[in-house]
Design a protein around this ligand. Structure first.
Ligand code: GLU
Length: 420
């Protein structure tokens, strides 16, 4: 299993990061092994009838990295590139994210290899319901709580809730988070990840003594995270110079109207040819001068090929794993870019997911004001923890964030003993 996982570049990257931090922490060999490798890897075949009457078998995965500190928590992704190695890496990062934020969870991640953009609503519903049936023995509000990720949304979560609840015979809203508001979702959950990215970017700007109102940003990705990052930064008064998505990239030195771009993307299926901006090469866009560069798309987009050419002051990682270890080394040597690492920067989503789960148990709804207020308090606390650890130990912000998180998990394992 270990060899197979390591052959996947994204898992190899997560493992390399882990090894570095485990060395720094001088973790004992047995604790290191137990923290590094996933507890459970579940792969299932998901046959469904397509709209044309034919049958197609999709393959889905769910990786439960560890359950030491509570149920596993993490998204479910629909994307053509999904495979077990990628899902296992994302599950490992979810661990560190939950531990860093002090949420009572282990990390999990799931995914189905499919292209949701080319599937009908009916096909997506059948796929989601069948996948839920297949993994039913392995999930519950106390074992594994899924949430939206790339290619899934609140409708996906509503279908999972309904499929699970038809088995139990009563509504179990706490089985997933990121549900629609009408189905006991939480106020503030949709914008939570992007809001957190923008909020921590403003904290970092403040720390560097840069005045928010005269700053500029570039956002890679215009899904839920990218859109809400751009929207919130723009609401803070930051000028959004460039935005990209799978269809291309747009650029406007006077600032992009984010709401107009969103309307255009919804109507045209992408941002390409948006009349309120010029076209720019998506790779070149990343290397333009700006204060905040926010990669909010796939893993491994900041690599050895472009890291040395970045001209941002702050790298705000809205995506999971956007920066490779080689790129990290370049950024560290150079020392000019303030990195807000993924497990901190994009933790707003899972933090409000936690609030949603708590509200579901309480059978009570908090207001958006309460949710965002609590979110900002927790993110600010984690930000300060990470920056002061990095300064104290003279390590990168990524090493600091992962060290705090891995130590939390390792300590919990030592307290509990060998079982978890
Ligand atoms: N998919 C999101 C992430 O990567 C959210 C996970 C959750 O809310 O459980 O952090």
């Amino acid at each position: 299993m270990q060899k197979e996982l390591l052959s996947h570049p994204v898992f190899a990257m997560a493992a390399e990061q882990f090894d570095q931090v485990a060395d720094f922490l001088q973790l004992a060999e047995n604790v290191r092994e137990r923290c590094k490798w996933p507890k459970r890897l579940i792969s299932v075949a998901v046959p469904i009838t397509l709209d044309d009457g034919t049958t197609r078998v999709f393959y889905g995965h769910r990786v439960q990295h560890h359950l030491t500190r509570g149920p596993v928590k993490g998204g479910l992704r629909y994307h053509p590139s999904v495979d077990l190695g990628e899902v296992a890496a994302l599950a490992m990062w979810m661990n560190w994210k939950c531990a860093l934020m002090d949420l009572p969870y282990g990390g999990g991640k799931g995914g189905i290899a499919c292209d949701p953009r080319s599937m009908s609503r009916g096909e997506l519903e059948r796929l989601t319901r069948r996948f839920t049936m297949e993994i039913m023995p392995f999930i519950s509000p106390e074992i594994d709580v899924m949430a939206p990720d790339m290619g899934t949304n609140e409708q996906t979560m509503a279908w999972i809730t309904d499929t699970y609840s038809s088995r139990t015979g009563y509504l179990v809203p706490s089985i997933v988070t990121g549900k629609p508001l009408g189905m006991q979702g939480s106020a503030g959950r949709t914008q939570a990840t992007g809001h957190g990215v923008a909020f921590l970017s403003s904290n970092a700007l403040h720390k560097l003594g840069i005045n928010l109102s005269s700053t500029t940003a570039i956002v890679q990705g215009f899904g839920n995270v990218g859109y809400h990052t751009a929207r919130t930064l723009s609401a803070y008064g930051v000028k959004i110079l460039g935005i990209s998505d799978v269809s291309g990239a747009v650029w406007n030195p006077r600032g992009i109207d984010v709401a107009a771009l969103r309307d255009y993307a919804t109507a045209h299926g992408g941002i390409k040819d948006f009349p309120g901006a010029d076209a720019i090469d998506p790779e070149e866009m990343l290397c333009q001068p700006c204060d905040v560069l926010a990669p909010c798309a796939m893993e491994r987009t900041i690599t050895a090929a472009n890291a040395g050419r970045l001209q941002c002051r702050i790298l705000a990682e809205g995506a999971n794993g956007p920066t490779t270890p080689e790129a990290d080394r370049i950024l560290e040597q150079w020392g000019d870019v303030f990195v807000i690492p993924d497990i901190l920067c994009n933790a707003g989503g899972v933090t409000v997911s936690y609030f949603e789960w708590v509200q579901n148990f309480q059978r009570f709804q908090w207001t958006e004001h309460e949710v965002i207020g609590k979110l900002e308090t927790m993110m600010q606390r984690a930000f300060e923890k990470v920056t002061s650890f990095a300064e104290r130990h003279q390590v990168s912000q990524r090493t600091a964030a992962q060290a705090i998180a891995i130590k939390t998990v390792a300590d919990a394992k030592s307290l509990r003993g060998l079982f978890p």
